[in-house]
Design a protein around this ligand. Structure first.
Ligand SMILES: O=C([O-])C(=O)C[C@H](O)[C@@H](O)C(=O)[O-]
Ligand SMILES: [Mg+2]
Length: 431
């Protein structure tokens, strides 16, 4: 159908505000790069997608945007054939954990998948709009009417070094009492009933104390701790033993599949990952060695919504649980996450989302969590509308940036604090 062919692609990199959230690598920058992809069909339907906006993704997205012109939006498999023709510079491929994202290896394929995912989502959005059906229908239909998210708790500073970026009213959270207070606000404002604490920031005993404080404040609620590979297997086993009675799962306690398998052999606490299983080729070793019991999917780097469902099917076969990972993102991605999560029967855990930390968006109406859940939208496509003025404003910020913030680097952001002027991302495991 000619009308379904892609006539134009608009790529708009933006910088969105991000609070000073701490992790094992450092601290979030005041603004995070994201890329908005708009696909316009010959008949004039527009679909939107969102992905990482760092330079390494833009470098691929630009030639890819030219390559997909003339492509039929319904030919979703063909999007992958086309992206495989885009070369990736060797310098972009890195088998260590990247300094900002904490998302495991960066293979050429994974970079390509992170780009194609936004185009796949945009095509699904356009296809849904042109057929008058929601994206979840195009994925086979929803199996639930609401998707549950967990409160994503972070140690954080009150503000960015030098007062940079946007101000917020959260204040600092650097000890168990601060984390409990943060959790209470998340509950008040969004109704979350499960909690994840981003760890790897302080020595493990302090983070164990924070989880204990959460368990006391919210008895019986699911709790997770994620130090992003910050601990040795021995330390991980110590933490697992201390928190076995309250943890729903322990996320990436130790770096790499072999270390995770070692931890797994010594504890009954389920281990989750968004670091050692982030691509299809990594699944085999991890599952065969029982290194992980839960995979945190992320449609951005797994290559879109249909690949997420393929991952879910593999997890189902192996009896491995599925949850959802999140980096800083906007409402287009949250809509995409919710549509795919609605269609996966074995999405057994509340999904992660940074969204409640965000204050800026490119959609006209921000998503609202009720009782920690998002209703699954039945409007055509993703069910979100792009706000051109907001998009232009956030793009302006990207244009005005001298390049410092266009590539996420949590270690560099940390060095901007005078007391951490010599900070480098720690060699993992740190403790
Ligand atoms: O391990 C995880 O869950 C993440 O990678 C989520 C985010 O990257 C988080 O760690 C962050 O943004 O600091
Ligand atoms: Mg994680």
């Amino acid at each position: 159908m000619r009308g379904q062919q892609i006539a134009e692609v608009r790529l708009t990199p933006v910088l969105i505000s991000d609070p000073p959230l701490l992790n094992v690598q450092g601290v979030h920058q005041p603004y995070t790069p994201r890329l908005v992809v708009e696909i316009v069909t010959a008949e004039g339907t527009t679909g939107v997608g969102e992905t990482y906006g760092d330079t390494k993704y833009l470098e691929l997205a630009r030639p890819y945007a030219r390559a997909v012109v003339g492509h039929d939006i319904a030919d979703l498999n063909g999007l992958f054939t086309l992206v495989n023709k885009i070369g990736v510079a060797d310098s972009r491929v890195d088998h260590s954990v990247d300094v900002g994202g904490l998302r495991g290896v960066q293979s050429a394929d994974k970079l390509r998948l992170s780009v194609v995912s936004a185009f796949e989502v945009a095509c699904l959005d356009a296809l849904g709009k042109s057929r008058g059906v929601p994206v979840h229908t195009l994925l086979g239909g929803k199996v639930r009417d609401a998707v549950e998210y967990s409160a994503y708790l972070f140690y954080r500073w009150a503000e960015h070094p030098g007062g940079a970026g946007e101000k917020d009213t959260w204040g600092a959270a650097l000890d168990p009492a601060g984390i409990v207070e943060q959790a209470r606000r998340f509950v008040r404002e969004h109704g979350f009933t499960s909690f994840k604490l981003k760890g790897g920031v302080f020595p493990p005993e302090q983070e164990v104390a924070a989880i204990r404080a959460l368990a006391d404040a919210f008895p019986g609620h699911p709790l997770r701790l994620d130090p992003n590979g910050g601990w040795t297997p021995e330390t991980s086993l110590g933490v697992a033993a201390e928190l076995a009675d309250v943890l729903e799962y322990l996320e990436d306690p130790a770096p790499g599949t072999a270390a995770m398998a070692e931890v797994s052999r010594g504890t009954g606490v389920p281990l989750a990952t968004n670091m050692c299983v982030t691509t299809f080729p990594e699944i085999r070793q991890a599952f065969l060695t029982d290194a992980v019991q839960v995979v945190l999917s992320d449609h951005h780097y797994w290559g879109g919504l249909r690949n997420t469902r393929e991952l879910a099917a593999i997890c189902r076969v192996f009896g491995v649980g599925l949850s959802m990972h999140s980096n800083t993102h906007m409402g287009i991605s949250l809509a995409a996450m919710t549509h795919v999560a609605a269609t996966v029967p074995n999405l057994d855990y509340a999904c992660d989302s940074h969204y409640p930390w965000g204050t800026e968006d490119v959609i006209t109406a921000r998503h609202v969590f009720r009782d920690g859940r998002l209703d699954v939208c039945d409007a055509p496509g993703l069910g979100v509308e792009l706000d051109p003025a907001a998009l232009a404003r956030l793009h302006r910020r990207w244009l005005d940036d001298d390049g410092t913030l266009r590539d996420r680097d949590d270690a560099a952001a940390m060095r901007r604090a005078p007391e951490h002027a010599t900070w480098t991302s720690p060699v993992l495991p740190r403790w």
